[in-house]
Design a protein around this ligand. Structure first.
Ligand SMILES: [Zn+2]
Length: 167
């Protein structure tokens, strides 16, 4: 559909914002980030590069994405160059590594797994993070958002069809 790229971004941002109610720790301390960088030698866990102008530098990446309640804490945070971070998006990290960098995938996966063994992380859950009443409000919010998005898409399509038939 032409003209809907902002819908995708809007969906991502709202969905990420809503997930942060469940998984709020999204700011890592400088000391923890320095530790993560040190354990991976400052390299992107995907392509193995250092930060450069071309890959727009090394940034913290969530192994379990925020949209699946992952937090930016030790055990869920790895260094990734901005290019790999963008192209991975919400994909699971292991299949992304195997598809994108098949030659180095085994070694990179082993290095992440060593890191994970050292820093155990269990993602937040709806049940653990919210009271029964809060859960109800949260689920209603998610549903309202989905309805709103569907209405916005329907309105977009209707206007698009009208513009086309007028042309
Ligand atoms: Zn990379």
């Amino acid at each position: 559909m032409p003209g809907t790229k902002h819908f995708t971004r809007m969906q991502y941002n709202v969905s990420r914002g809503l997930r942060e109610i469940i998984a709020p720790r999204q700011t890592m301390s400088k000391a923890d980030w320095a530790r993560v960088l040190h354990e991976f030698g400052g390299m992107c866990i995907f392509c193995g590069s250092e930060g450069t102008a071309a890959n727009r530098g090394i940034v913290p990446d969530h192994l379990i994405p925020v949209t699946q309640f992952g937090e930016l804490v030790l055990g869920n945070t790895v260094p990734a160059c901005q290019t790999c971070n963008d192209s991975r998006g919400e994909k699971a990290w292991r299949p992304f590594l195997r598809t994108r960098f098949p030659g180095d995938a085994d070694a990179q996966i082993a290095s992440v797994e060593r890191h994970l063994a050292k820093h155990q992380y269990h993602p937040a859950s709806l049940e653990g993070a919210l009271s029964a009443e809060e859960r109800e409000t949260y689920l209603a919010l998610v549903e309202e958002w989905e309805i709103m998005l569907a209405k916005a898409k329907a309105l977009h399509s209707a206007a698009e069809r009208r513009r086309k038939s007028a042309a």
